[in-house]
Design a protein around this ligand. Structure first.
Ligand SMILES: C[S@@+](CC[C@H](N)C(=O)[O-])C[C@H]1O[C@@H](n2cnc3c(N)ncnc32)[C@H](O)[C@@H]1O
Length: 264
């Protein structure tokens, strides 16, 4: 996953300036820097993200209504716990294993969701998504839920992750992902992304957070790069190739969408 381009940032003291330099952090570890530390700003620059977290929780809740037993959920890329909370709130019986390999993010979730962890309903795994999935037994999970994580993956890694998700889900289990699914219409996707960038500038310049702005723009280049972009048609095809049925993309909000699929 470390493709060799290095980006690092001086984030020890925020002075509103974008003081960056190229050093030792791989670009796919960008959640370790200022984005991770100031992740709460996301809801201001991307209101759709909060809506996707809510929709993931809602889809989890709907699944739980049909289940007589306690539902076991694995969440990939739990981050600071925004979507994790939405999942936990969906049903009183479900338990969550939240996977995230970035301590800057996961440590915030450990703090924010301590109450749930203490109650035995939430556990954490600090491995990367593929390693965590490989450690799980086949047919052992009811739900694999995630938000804004899979689009960060390099395409080959994502394919392996999807295949492992299918393996660990029980028959009847469901994949629920609220994420950036690039529009198949490339021109429409570019326009939508340009509007998104304009929004980043508007909000983050008014907050005088040019450091955060810089990092989100750099991160966006990663998301949009050829070996990462999660284009709708390709993504749904990959789910089918992994064995999933009843694949659906709903609730599209610009470049964001909810995707669900079932292991028969
Ligand atoms: C955009 S954040 C989303 C966080 C959270 N799901 C939410 O809805 O707010 C993406 C998260 O995925 C994590 N992540 C990225 N690549 C990962 C990988 N290969 N394995 C596990 N977690 C990963 C990052 O550390 C980050 O916390």
């Amino acid at each position: 996953m470390n493709q060799g381009i290095k980006i690092g940032f001086n984030t020890s003291e925020h002075d509103g300036s974008a003081d960056s330099e190229i050093d030792a952090t791989p670009f796919d570890a960008i959640f370790s820097g200022v984005i991770g530390q100031d992740y709460h700003l996301l809801k201001q620059i991307s209101p759709f993200a909060a809506e996707m977290s809510r929709l993931v929780g809602k889809a989890v809740g709907e699944f739980c209504l049909q289940s007589a037993d306690a539902v076991r959920v694995v969440e990939l890329g739990g981050g600071t716990g925004i979507t994790t909370l939405s999942i936990l709130s969906a049903d009183d019986r479900l338990t969550v294993l939240s996977v995230d390999n970035e301590p800057t993010m996961q440590n915030q979730a450990r703090q924010n969701l301590k109450k749930w962890a203490d109650a035995g309903r939430l556990a954490f795994n600090g491995a990367d998504a593929l390693t965590a999935l490989l450690s799980l037994a086949s047919d052992s999970i009811d739900l694999l839920a995630s938000a804004y994580t899979l689009h960060n993956f390099e395409a080959g890694y994502r394919k392996q992750v999807l295949s492992e998700i299918f393996r660990v889900l029980k028959p009847g289990g469901r994949f629920i992902n609220g994420d950036r699914y690039a529009l198949d219409d490339v021109s429409a996707h570019t326009r939508s992304t340009q509007n998104e960038v304009a929004g980043y500038f508007k909000v983050l310049t008014s907050l005088d957070r040019l450091d955060v702005l810089e990092h989100w723009i750099i991160h966006l280049f990663n998301d949009e790069s050829e070996n990462h972009i999660m284009r709708e048609a390709v993504a749904l095809q990959q789910l089918a190739e992994s064995g999933f049925k009843q694949i659906g993309l709903t609730h599209r909000l610009e470049v964001n969408a909810l995707v669900t699929a079932v292991k028969d």
